[in-house]
Design a protein around this ligand. Structure first.
Ligand code: KG4
Ligand code: ZN
Length: 336
């Protein structure tokens, strides 16, 4: 049987990544060059700095991905690349590299939506079953996506202001933590208690939208008022209170959406899906309320940005004959 191999490229934000994926489910290599240290001192991703890093890293990442997978260009069936959403300059580096590689080796080019990639990261741990609900939680997005079948997406709810990961990073800055602070807040939260009981925005409203800016403001006000009184609040309790509010809203709305749309499977994906509190709380509530729905959360190292997930999603795009040519451009505001 002929092997089906895709070389996938991801450069939408602050990781340069290239992977070789076989048959949509097997990762032969997944090279991730993180720039996070370069952005830390600015407290966030600086687009121009990101582009420059991608330019420096992309060729090495491609070479390393092929070498680690033990294949060369002649073994590949296609090249896949993230076309959006993301930073325009960052996206263009990956797109240009992928186009050049595809052209040089006469391979088809497959454009992949970054958020679809996050969902398809789940396919490395479990076969996807439809209809499927996906909770996408990352630094730039928070949305509930209904998938009637492979490669078809309907957004049924999304954040009206900040994304969940963005809220983590902003609150982390107020706590004096370094960027990105999601992981550290998660660790602190497990050592503290929900003593401040922040608002659970929109939880009781009859829709699937989210809002995290009110929580962020409540958090900042609490910390600043305490500072003015000369008090410092316990970081562990602050983290635990913030995190519990985020989790209650994410879990509450997601479970309700799964019920309403009678899905077979729930996928939780994106950088914030690495959150230990979210993973355990979602699993507990789902098994109690909807035991018939399978919950799939990608393994930790595949929650953050990586090219293997782009490769997995690309197999579906190829089946649907959704290819691109040399005119492929970046779409910074692409939606699913
Ligand atoms: O998906 P991702 O790697 O990049 C985007 O596409 O945005 O997500 C990055 C986000 C950051 O906001 C980061 O703080 C958050 O994911 N994050 C976490 C955790 N690990 C990463 N948030 C909460 N808990 C974590 N353990
Ligand atoms: Zn992402």
């Amino acid at each position: 049987k002929e092997r089906k191999l895709i070389l996938a490229v991801e450069s939408s934000c602050d990781e340069t990544s290239v992977a070789v994926v076989e048959d949509a489910t097997k990762i032969l290599s997944n090279i991730v060059a993180s720039q996070v240290l370069s952005h830390k001192r600015f407290g966030g991703v600086v687009p121009e700095v990101a582009s420059r890093h991608h330019v420096e890293q992309i060729i090495f990442c491609m070479e390393e991905a092929l070498e680690e997978a033990g294949v060369d260009a002649a073994d590949l069936g296609a090249v896949a690349v993230t076309f959006g959403p993301g930073l325009v300059g960052a996206l263009l580096i990956g797109i240009t590299a992928a186009k050049a590689f595809a052209w040089a080796h006469q391979l088809p080019l497959i454009p992949v939506n970054h958020m679809a990639g996050h969902i398809y990261a789940a396919q490395f741990s479990h076969q996807l079953e439809f209809p499927l609900m996906a909770l996408l939680v990352s630094g730039g997005h928070t949305e509930l996506v209904l998938m009637p079948e492979h490669g078809e997406y309907q957004i049924i709810g999304e954040t009206r202001d900040d994304a969940a990961g963005e809220a983590y990073d902003k609150v982390g800055r107020v706590m004096g933590l370094s960027y990105p602070s999601g992981k550290e807040i998660d660790e602190l939260a497990h050592l503290g208690e929900d003593v401040y009981h922040f608002p659970r925005a929109m939880l009781k409203e009859d829709n699937y939208d989210f809002s995290f800016s009110g929580l962020k403001s409540a958090f900042i006000n609490l910390v600043h008022n305490a500072e003015q009184r000369g008090q410092t609040l316990d970081k562990k309790d602050l983290a635990a209170s913030f995190q519990q509010s985020v989790i209650d809203v994410l879990v509450g709305k997601t479970v309700r959406a799964c019920e309403a749309y009678q899905v077979k499977q729930l996928v939780v994906a994106g950088g914030v899906a690495a959150n230990k509190g979210l993973r355990t709380h979602m699993a507990a509530v789902m098994s109690e309320r909807l035991p018939e729905v399978t919950l799939v959360i990608p393994e930790l190292k595949l929650c953050g940005d990586n090219a293997a997930m782009i490769g997995a999603a690309a197999f579906v795009e190829a089946d649907k004959q959704r290819f691109a040519d040399g005119h492929l451009n970046a779409v910074p505001g692409a939606t699913l």
